[in-house]
Write a new protein. Structure first.
Length: 83
């Protein structure tokens, strides 16, 4: 969970909201009766959001960062507009 916090440092509230939404969908995909979102679900959702194919989504969420420009660990800068 700490890695997820580090990797989302500097993101917008919209990004975090989308991350949680996707984590819930990951959990429901695994088991529709599951009532808990795990760290694994959250990690998969974050990996998806940080994937290069999601650049437009990140831009719409106010982050707009190319994952290749992220420092080790995936953390964003304190100013999401500056890479």
């Amino acid at each position: 969970m700490q890695l997820t916090v580090e990797r989302t440092d500097g993101t917008t509230a919209s990004f975090l909201k989308e991350l949680i939404r996707r984590a819930v969908l990951e959990a429901l995909h695994d088991d529709p009766a599951l009532s808990t979102v795990t760290g694994a679900h959250l990690a998969r959702a974050l990996d998806d959001l940080l994937d290069a194919a999601q650049a437009v989504t990140r831009t719409l969420l106010g982050v707009g960062v190319d994952p290749a420009d992220l420092p080790p660990g995936g953390a964003l800068s304190a100013d999401p507009g500056r890479v």
